[in-house]
Write a protein that binds this ligand. Structure first.
Ligand SMILES: [Zn+2]
Length: 70
């Protein structure tokens, strides 16, 4: 299966989950008070996806594997 197809299969359930949760919050159906704003919410989901997917520099400490215990 082509990698892009796999990535679409991974992303689709997240979108479905957002849609289902958003529907459950329309018209004040949930007492938590969250109001779905799809354009903003999807952009909020996009940012960490883009950050996690970005190629990292080899000397970035945040991407290095822990080699032992202190
Ligand atoms: Zn809620």
């Amino acid at each position: 299966m082509p990698p892009v197809v796999v990535m679409r299969l991974l992303a689709s359930p997240l979108g479905t989950t957002y849609r289902e949760v958003a529907v459950a919050h329309q018209d004040g159906q949930c007492p938590c008070g969250w109001c779905p704003l799809p354009a903003i919410d999807i952009e909020t989901l996009h940012a960490p996806l883009e950050d996690a997917a970005a190629l990292k520099r080899a000397d970035d400490l945040g991407t290095m594997a822990v080699a032992g215990r202190a």
